[in-house]
Write a protein that binds this ligand. Structure first.
Ligand code: EPZ
Length: 432
């Protein structure tokens, strides 16, 4: 099992290219199920979760082809993939696949919308919480579907073989439920209105792509999405939007280590609240052509900043662990409150091994900055928590070894190359 070794104390200088967003690529790949024509996606990140999803949709009969390297392409640019669901040959998504990658539960919406029937395994919980799918199922019922739970599977049926548009009102602005129900609604008969829809940029990226495929969605970017159902969707070409969570993660890393790095192929557009908080903590953020520049003079102290995670456009829960790592060497104490997931503090006990001073009280962590962290072996527990360990290790004295790096590979492409390219001492130890 691969591990990552970080030797602390190096500043970061240079450029880091940001990849396409994992959390946009996944729903966009799933959207290919909605048409028998070819959906071409550009800037697709090379990630374990993306590869797993390609395997899962192949089970439904989806053909895939990947462009090879083209002259002049950088070898860490995104990949171009051509996906064709000519026919849905199997409307079942089995437990052994869905349990490997939760977002694959989102194949339910398009298969139900296109075939009038879908049998998809419940995804089960994960390290950061139980993560139920009740909002997804209520949404499908509002579109006329019958829903049965049998042996851990959701069996969804559209009476008469086609969903009917309806009114959906989410009690919580769930990202996954919005993706899933939106993809079911585009082929339903009549109008669907989704109230309290999630507003994360990845939802907008999916909706824009669906409209390019012939869907009729209005209200994109707002909490109310209105969809006029159509008979059929056609193929299109769409480029995956930049990964705002990867952008935020590296911005925090540079602020932690000190230095001057430009993050390219990205923008500050989708991180309003986060970048304000990072500036308050001591970073200098400058918007530049095709990216953002992040600077912090190591002599500038890191200030303690209170943070509460919220749905978009609030502070993203996916940057909570990384920001907490930054706060562990701030001059003073602060509070980080996690309101989205019930168990997203798995990184705390690992950060404590590096000498961080963090106490937990329910959904709130109190972080008191310390003068110096010390390297130690630590265990990655979930995707974003793993990044927080690397961020802390950048300033820890000596070596830190992060185990179970497969968590990182799910969501961060070429992570060690991107860090090394800016002078950080980060190395992958591959076990034979
Ligand atoms: C998406 O997960 C992201 N995953 C998560 O990123 C992200 O943290 C999350 O949205 C919130 O922004 C992908 O996009 C692939 P939710 P999702 O439905 O859709 C509760 C990462 O690191 N809930 O908005 O699962 C749920 O239990 C991952 O890239 C219900 O109660 O998130 C959770 O507490 C981690 N019932 C909260 O809502 C439901 O039916 C947020 O869930 C659905 C959700």
């Amino acid at each position: 099992m691969d591990r990552i070794k970080i030797t602390g104390g190096k500043q970061m200088h240079g450029e880091i290219p940001i990849s396409g967003a994992k959390n946009a690529a996944l729903p966009l790949i799933i959207a290919s199920l909605l048409t028998d024509e070819t959906l071409t996606l550009r800037n697709v990140p090379r990630l374990a979760d993306v590869s797993m999803l390609f395997r899962i949709i192949a089970n439904h009969g989806v053909d895939q082809s990947f462009d090879g390297k083209r002259t002049g392409n950088s070898d860490i640019g995104g990949q171009t993939v051509h996906i064709t669901a000519r026919e849905i040959v199997d409307t079942t998504a089995p437990y052994e696949l869905v349990s490997k990658m939760r977002a694959s539960f989102w194949v339910l919406g398009p298969i139900l919308g296109r075939c009038g029937y879908a049998k998809v395994s419940l995804p089960g919980g994960c390290a950061i919480g139980t993560r139920p799918v009740d909002l997804h199922l209520e949404g499908f019922k509002a579109l006329g579907a019958s829903i049965d739970l049998v042996d851990g599977y959701v069996i969804a049926k559209a009476p008469g073989g086609r969903l009917k548009g309806g009114k959906v009102n989410f009690s919580f602005a769930s990202v996954g439920a919005t993706h899933n129900v939106l993809m079911a609604a585009v082929l339903a008969e009549g109008e669907t209105v989704i109230e309290n829809a999630a507003r994360e940029p990845e939802i907008g990226d999916l909706a824009n792509c669906l409209n390019k495929m012939g869907a009729k969605i209005t209200g994109i970017g707002s909490s109310t999405l209105t969809i006029q159902g159509v008979e059929k969707l056609h193929g299109t070409t769409h480029s995956v939007l930049p990964d705002r969570i990867e952008t935020g993660t590296y911005a925090i890393a540079v602020t932690m280590a000190g230095g001057d790095v430009t993050l390219t192929n990205t923008s500050a557009e989708y991180l309003p609240v986060f970048l304000d908080k990072l500036t308050e903590a001591g970073a200098t953020i400058t918007e530049v052509e095709n990216g953002i520049r992040v600077q912090r003079d190591p002599k500038t102290p890191i200030k303690p900043v209170d943070v509460t995670t919220q749905v978009y456009p609030g502070f993203p829960t996916d940057l909570q662990a990384q920001f907490m790592a930054l706060m562990t060497i701030a001059e003073g104490s602060c509070f980080v409150r996690e309101t989205i997931f019930e168990n997203r503090f798995m990184h705390v006990q690992e950060l404590a091994r590096l000498g961080c001073n963090i106490t937990l009280n329910g959904d709130t962590a109190k972080i008191t900055g310390v003068k110096q962290l010390r390297g130690a072996p630590v265990m990655a527990t979930d995707l974003r928590a793993s990044a927080s360990l690397i961020i802390a290790a950048l300033v820890a004295e000596g070596d830190t070894i992060v185990n179970r790096v497969y968590h990182l590979d799910r969501g961060f492409e070429h992570l060690e190359n991107k860090f090394r390219g800016c002078g950080a001492d980060v190395e992958r130890l591959s076990e034979e």
